[in-house]
Design a protein around this ligand. Structure first.
Ligand SMILES: NC(=O)c1ccc[n+]([C@@H]2O[C@H](COP(=O)([O-])OP(=O)(O)OC[C@H]3O[C@@H](n4cnc5c(N)ncnc54)[C@H](OP(=O)(O)O)[C@@H]3O)[C@@H](O)[C@H]2O)c1
Length: 263
């Protein structure tokens, strides 16, 4: 845990790349201390040095594999005891490709643990502190995929649907408490995500791409003003999600046979 200061503390999972790293930047610029979580300890240390050097806030690193119960339990123990926590960003995630029948059972189980169990346990751990302080927020990084189902991306869509639905229910439960929760649902965003999946996304048109800066900026602005629980950055994706929420579910099955990469 960072040295005790009077600054609010934000916990960011998946903090070493893409959207998570951008959350670290924008939150540090707003004066938050940070607890940064990911598996690669060297990259976490680089994030810590960069954040502390550029923004003059305190950051601490917590190397953890959030697919592992023991690592999640260690983090739960740490965050449950911190009264400075104001923001939890459940962001760590990954995509996979291919049919379930051919996929590695361990990888699919890891996805369920990382996208559902870890955010749920971390959320439960910080809630007592946030409720006691009567302020703060939780952002669960879901996806436009949470409104879809798709051949070749069965568990990615299903786990993100859990995360969006979980967040909407939690928001209803926390109404009037002063705590804000958000399901952040980006479309295709430039990061390491697709490279890690080893998919070729060069054919996707440029209008489909968002930057992590856009995504995180939209998320934090919406949280500031007490905007919608489901935050979809970018007008084009707002329109797509509105459409997806209204078309018959059967039509989505037809589209899913196009086998677009996960987002
Ligand atoms: N990029 C997109 O198009 C897109 C669109 C919609 C939603 N999203 C969602 O946005 C979130 C962030 O994705 P991104 O695009 O920023 O991906 P990214 O650039 O690949 O970053 C993923 C981050 O998660 C960490 N991570 C991965 N597995 C982990 C594990 N088992 N335990 C702890 N940390 C882990 C990685 O660090 P280590 O490898 O060091 O652990 C890294 O810091 C994900 O939840 C993703 O589903 C992405």
């Amino acid at each position: 845990m960072p040295v005790e200061t009077t600054r609010p503390l934000a916990v960011v999972t998946g903090a070493t790349a893409g959207i998570g790293k951008e959350f670290c930047d924008q939150l540090a610029a707003r004066g938050y201390d940070l607890l940064v979580v990911a598996r690669d300890a060297n990259r976490l240390e680089a994030v810590r040095r960069d954040i502390e050097g550029r923004y003059g806030v305190a950051a601490d690193v917590f190397p953890a594999d959030l697919t592992l119960d023991d690592d999640v339990s260690r983090l739960v123990g740490l965050v449950a005891g911190s009264f400075r926590i104001e923001l939890l960003i459940n962001n760590a995630g990954f995509g996979s490709r291919g049919n379930l029948a051919d996929a590695s059972p361990k990888q699919q189980e890891d996805m369920l643990r990382l996208h559902t169990m870890a955010p749920m346990r971390l959320t439960q751990a910080v809630l007592p502190v946030l409720l006691q302080n009567g302020r703060g927020g939780i952002i669960n990084v879901s996806s436009v995929a949470s409104f879809l189902y798709s051949a070749g991306n069965v568990n990615y869509c299903a786990t993100k649907a859990y995360l969006t639905n979980f967040t909407e229910g939690l928001a209803a439960e926390l109404k009037g408490t002063g705590i804000r929760v958000q399901a952040l649902c980006p479309g295709f965003t430039r990061s390491e995500f697709h490279q890690r999946m080893e998919v070729d996304v060069r054919k996707l048109p440029s209008w489909m791409w968002l930057s992590a800066t856009q995504v995180v900026g939209a998320s934090l602005r919406s949280l500031d003003r007490g905007g919608r629980v489901v935050c979809v950055p970018g007008l084009r994706y707002k329109l797509i999600v509105t459409l997806l929420r209204h078309v018959p579910r059967g039509l989505i099955g037809g589209m899913s046979r196009l086998r677009a990469p996960a987002m």
